[in-house]
Write a new protein. Structure first.
Length: 124
């Protein structure tokens, strides 16, 4: 008996590969930022929980979730949401790069920002 190949639910939502990639990047960034904020940052304390950094991480997680939802719903505003998502992800990555133990979060943010820029048609 061969194991069944798992298929992402996103495959059924769109056939556009670039949108699928962006949806996956937003989902990964949302999960990574939220988990890092609620676990690593809160447990580390100090600069990890300073208002500016912690708020940015929560904003990043939230805008990634929102961007994901807009794409999945086929919203005509997806490109605009992706554009602001990229901007926030870049800011979050920059903030995370200044702190110890935040490499995974910074990487997820950078990947999401790049994918969202491509989706929105906006280049830096």
């Amino acid at each position: 008996m061969t194991p069944k190949k798992e298929t992402s639910m996103f495959m059924y939502m769109t056939n556009d590969q670039s949108m699928q990639t962006c949806i996956a990047a937003c989902d990964n960034c949302h999960q990574t930022c939220l988990q890092a904020a609620m676990n690593h940052c809160l447990e580390s304390g100090g600069r990890h929980v300073e208002a500016g950094h912690f708020r940015l991480m929560m904003n990043c997680a939230e805008i990634c979730q929102t961007s994901l939802n807009f794409m999945l719903s086929g919203s005509q505003y997806s490109n605009q949401v992706c554009r602001i998502c990229a901007e926030i992800c870049d800011a979050c990555a920059k903030s995370c790069e200044q702190l110890d133990g935040m490499d995974d979060c910074a990487t997820a943010c950078r990947e999401c920002a790049q994918s969202c820029r491509e989706m929105s048609g906006y280049s830096v």
